[in-house]
Ligand binder design. Structure first.
Ligand SMILES: C[S@@+](CC[C@H](N)C(=O)[O-])C[C@H]1O[C@@H](n2cnc3c(N)ncnc32)[C@H](O)[C@@H]1O
Length: 263
C-alpha cells in the first residue's frame, strides 16, 4: 500500500483477519489484543492516506460469542485515531433469518454455522461499517434499493420520482453462495459473498469508482465483484500466494462464464 499515491483510491471493501484464531494458510490469527489493534491502526492509517476525500471504506467485521466486543473496539479505534475516520453508516450483514409473513407462513433462509452452547445463540450476522473521511459522502441509495411492496407508495412519496425503488436500509440479507465442495470451490476459511461487495459498490455508486482496493483480498471475492461491475482498476493484496492463485483462477472463470452469457 505504501507504494500507492495519496488519494488514489475511491473505494475499499475489505474484511481483515478478526484475531479470533481462524486457521489461515499463512497468517497466524491470534495476537495480544493491544498488539492486534495497533497493527489495525497501522493499515487503517495507510487506507486513510490512499482514500479520496469522496471515497468510501466498507469494513466487514464479525465477532465470536466469547469475544463480542471486537468489532466495536476496532471501529472505535479507527474513529479516534489520528487521522480519524467518521462512521457514516452501520450495516448488518444477515447470513440467515426466519420471518413470518403476513399470511402466517414461516420462512427460513440462508446458512449459518451452528454452535453447541448453553450460553450463546447461533451467530447469524456480521457488521459492515461504512467509514468515510468526512461523514458527508453522498450515496446512491436507490441503486442498492428494493422495489416497494405496496406500489401505491410510488405515487405517494414525491422523492421516488415515479421509480419503483426505495432505500433498502441497513439490514442486508445476503446468504453465502451454495457450493458442492468447500475444498475446491471455497478453499479459504473466512470469505464474504461477492454479492455483499456488489451491494457496497452499488451503494457508493459503482460508476464513479475508478480504483477499488482490497488490502486483504483472500481468494478474490471483491475482485470478482469489481470485474462484474466493470470497475476500471482493482488492486488486491494477500500474504498467502495460494489464496492469490485461487483469486486469479476465480477471476478467469468468472470472466469466461460472463462472456458465455453474452453470446
Ligand atoms: C477475512 S480474510 C479475507 C477474505 C476475502 N474477503 C475473501 O472473500 O476471500 C483475511 C485475509 O487477510 C490475509 N492477511 C493477513 N495478514 C495480511 C497482511 N499483512 N497482508 C495481506 N493480507 C493479509 C489472510 O491471508 C486472509 O486471506
Amino acid at each position: 500500500m505504501r507504494k500507492l499515491p495519496d488519494g488514489s483510491v475511491d473505494l475499499i471493501v475489505t474484511s481483515p483477519p478478526y484475531n479470533l484464531g481462524i486457521q489461515y494458510n499463512t497468517y497466524r490469527d491470534l495476537d495480544e489484543r493491544d498488539s492486534f489493534l495497533a497493527w489495525c491502526r497501522e493499515w487503517a492509517t495507510e487506507i486513510h492516506r490512499l482514500l479520496d476525500e469522496a471515497g468510501s471504506f466498507f469494513l466487514n467485521l464479525g465477532a465470536a460469542p466469547a469475544n463480542p466486543l471486537l468489532p466495536h473496539q476496532l471501529v472505535l479505534e479507527l474513529t479516534r485515531a489520528n487521522p480519524a475516520f467518521v462512521l457514516q453508516n452501520t450495516f448488518h450483514w444477515i447470513k440467515s433469518i426466519t420471518v413470518t409473513t403476513r399470511k402466517g407462513t414461516t420462512i427460513s433462509a440462508g446458512h449459518f454455522k451452528p454452535i453447541n452452547s448453553k450460553r450463546f445463540v447461533n451467530d447469524c450476522h456480521e457488521y459492515v461499517f461504512h467509514l468515510t473521511k468526512s461523514g458527508q459522502v453522498p450515496l446512491e441509495r436507490r441503486a442498492a434499493g428494493v422495489e416497494y411492496a405496496d406500489k401505491s407508495n410510488i405515487a405517494r412519496w414525491g422523492h421516488t420520482q415515479g421509480e419503483d425503488k426505495r432505500c433498502r436500509g441497513n439490514t442486508w440479507f445476503i446468504p453465502y453462495e451454495t457450493i458442492q465442495s468447500r475444498h475446491k470451490e471455497r478453499p479459504h476459511p473466512a470469505t464474504f459473498p461477492v454479492a455483499l461487495v456488489e451491494q457496497c459498490l452499488r451503494l457508493h455508486g459503482h460508476e464513479r469508482v475508478k480504483h477499488f482496493l482490497d488490502p486483504f483480498v483472500g481468494i478474490g471475492s471483491s475482485a470478482v465483484a469489481a470485474q462484474r461491475l466493470k470497475v476500471p482498476h482493482f488492486t488486491g493484496f494477500d500474504i498467502d500466494p495460494d489464496y492469490l492463485a485461487t483469486a486469479r483462477e476465480r477471476l478467469a472463470i468468472d470472466a469466461a462464464e460472463s462472456s458465455q452469457q453474452l453470446f
